[in-house]
Design a protein around this ligand. Sequence first.
Ligand code: HEM
Ligand SMILES: [Cu+2]
Length: 687
Amino acid sequence: MSILGSLDWNDIFIVPFFTEPSLSTGIAAGAGGVVVLGALAVMVLLTVKGWWKPLWSNWITTLDHKKIGVIYIVLALIMLIRGVLEAVVMRAQQVSPAPGFLSVEHHAELFSTHGTIMIFFVAMPFLTGVINVVMPLQIGARDMEFPFMNAVSLWLSIGGAALVMASLVVGHFETGGWTAYPPYTGIKLSPNEGVDYWIWSLGLTSVGSTLSGINFLVTIYKQRAPGMKLFDMSIFAWATLCTAILMIFAMMPLTVASLMLALDRQAGFHFFTATQGGNMMNFANMFWLFGHPEVYILILPAFGVFSEVIPTFSGKKIYGYTSLVWATIAIAVLSFTVWVHHFFTMGQTANLNAIFGIATMTIGVPTGVKVFNWMLTMWRGKLRFSTAMLFSTGFIFTFVIGGITGVMLANPTIDFATHNSLFLVAHFHNMLIPGLLFGMFAAVNFWFPLCFGFRLDEKWGRRSFWLWMIGFYGAFMPLYAIGLMGAPRRMAFFTEPAYFPWLVIAMLGALCVLAGLIAQVIQIWVSVKNRESLMVPAGDPWDGRGIEWSLGCPVPEYDFTTIPAMTSREPWVDAKEAGKRIMDPTEFVDIHLPKPTGMPFLVGLVATLFAFAMIFQMWLIAAVGFVAMWVLVLIRSYDTDWEETITAEELREGYEAHKRLVETTPQIRLDDEFTTKNRGLIMETQV
Ligand code: HEM
Ligand SMILES: [Cu+2]
C-alpha cells in the first residue's frame, strides 16, 4: 500500500478530459481549473498588495466574534456562487435535447454537491455568521463564552468546504444526493472516493456546528447583561437559543450516521447491509432525525432576523412578543417529532404515517402565529421599504405559498403521489430560498454597518431583491406544475415533450437568480467604493430598536465600553424617547479579551489534512493528522498567557470619543434615511 493511498493520476481533474474528451469532462476540467486558478489569483493578489500579514493578524488569528461572523458569511457567499452556478448548469442540461450534454454521473454529482453545499456550506455558515455578529451585541456580552472554540468551529467548517472544493480538483464527489442513502452509497455500488468526500466534509462541519451550538447556548445562559431576564431578550436572541439547542441535539445523529457509513465502507461493517443483518432504515431514521430539525436550524435564525427588521422599518414594536417566543419554542420542540414524513413511502404502517402526518401539520400552527405577528407589526405602521424590509416582506408572501404546499405534502396519501417528484423540489426551495436566503440577505443589508461602519448601497440592493424574487418564481413555480404531471426529481434528462416549456421557464428563472447574485456582488463593490458617503459613525442608521445600535459603527473590538443596564426589553428605544442619543454609562472596569492566536487555524488545517487522508485511505498521514490535532489542543490547554487587558481608562476614552462624535453628527429625519445625509443619527424615535 502506497503512502498516497488510493490516489492516482486519473483523479487529477484534467486527466479524464484527455482520456475521454467530451463536453461533460470539459466542464468538469473547467470547474477544476477555475478552483485552481482562482486560488492562485487570490494568492497573487495577496502577495502583490502585501495583504498576507494583515490577513493573518486581523482575520485568520482573530477570536473576535464579529470578525469570525464575517468570515463565516464570506464563506457562505463564495459557496453560494458555486451552488447557484451548479443549479444553472443542471437547468441547462434539462432543456437541452435528451440525453443532454452532461453524463448521467456528472449530473448526479452536480445535484449531490449542489444540495450538500447549499445546506452545509451556504445555509449553515451564513446563519452561524449572522448569529456570531449579532447575538452577543444584543444580549450585552463582550464575546462568546468560548472564543477559542468559536474559532475552531469556524476553521472546521472552512475545512469541510475546502474538501468539497477539492473534489473538483482531485477525484470525484458522490452521486447519491445530499442524503447519501445506502445501499447505493455502500462500497459495492459507490466504490470510488465520492461518498468519503461527503462523509468527511460533513464530519468536519457537523462537529463544528455542534460546538457552535454549545457556544451559543452557554453564551446566552451566562453572558447576558446584568438584569436581563430571558424574556427581556430580543426575538433574534430567542431564535438563537432555540437554534443552539437544535444544533446540539440534531447534529449528532448525522455525525454518527455518517461515521457508521464510513465503518461500513472502509472497515467491512454491515450496519446498513440488509443481507448481513444490517438495516438501511437505521440510516434513514438517523439521517432525518438530524434532517428535520436541521430545516428549523436553517429557518429559525431567519425568523429571528425578520422579527428585528420588520418592527424597525414599520416604526413599531414587535406585535405579540410572548406569543412569538412561545411559537419559536414550540417549533423547536415539535421539530423532533416529525422526521418520519421524509419516508412515508418506505414501509411503515398507515397508522404510524398518520401520526407523523398529523404531527407535521401541527407545526403549521406556531408558524402561522408568527406570520400573523409579522403582519400585525406592519399593520398601520409607517413602512419604509429598505432592501432588508423588501426581503422580509417578499419572504412573508412567498413563504406562505411554500408552507401551504408543505401542509399538502404532510398528508401521507398525497405524499405517496408526489414523493420524489419535482413538486417536492419546488416545495423545499420555496421554503429555503425565502425562509433562509432572504432572511440572511435581510440580515446582511440590515447589520452590515455594525461590522464595517458604512451602509450597503440601496439601489443595487433593491435591484438584487427584485431579481431574486422574480427569479425564484420563474425557477420554481414551473416545477410544481411538472411535478404534479409526474416528473421525478434527480433526472439527468426528460423525454416527455409536455415538460419542455416549463423547463425553459425554470431555466430563465435560474438565470434571473444568477443575475440577482451578480447584482449583490455589484452592490458590495459599489458600496466599498462609495464607503465615505455611506459612513454612519454615530451608529444608528435605521432608527433601530436593539442595543446593538447604541455602540457606534463599526462596533469597537470590545463591543461595550460599559455593559448596559437592561431595565426593559428595549432600553435603547427608552433612552431615545427620553431624548438621549447615547446610553448612560454604568461603571468602567478593566476587561480581559483573549489574544489573537493561529492555533484554531492550525487545528482546522490538520483536521482537514486528516479528513483528506481518510478519503483517499492514506492511513499513515491520517494517523499523523489525527494525533497532531489533539496535540495542538493540548498545547493550547497549557498556554497561560492568552489574555490581553483593556483598561478602564481606555474604555472611558472610547466612551467619550463616541459621545463627542454623536454630539457633532448632524441629525436627520426618517425621510432622509436612504440619502447620504444619513450619518447614523436619526431624530425621530418610533413608538
Ligand atoms: C438559487 C437558486 C437555486 C436553484 C436554481 C436551484 C436548483 C436546483 C435544482 C435544479 C436541483 C435538482 C432538482 C432535481 O432533483 O432534479 C436542486 C436540488 C436541490 N437544491 Fe437547489 N437550487 C437553488 C437554491 C437552493 C438553496 C438555497 C438550497 C438550500 C439552502 C437548495 C437545496 C437543494 C437541495 C437540498 C437539493 C436536493 C439535492 C438532492 O437531490 O440530493 N437549493 N436545486
Ligand atoms: Cu421534515
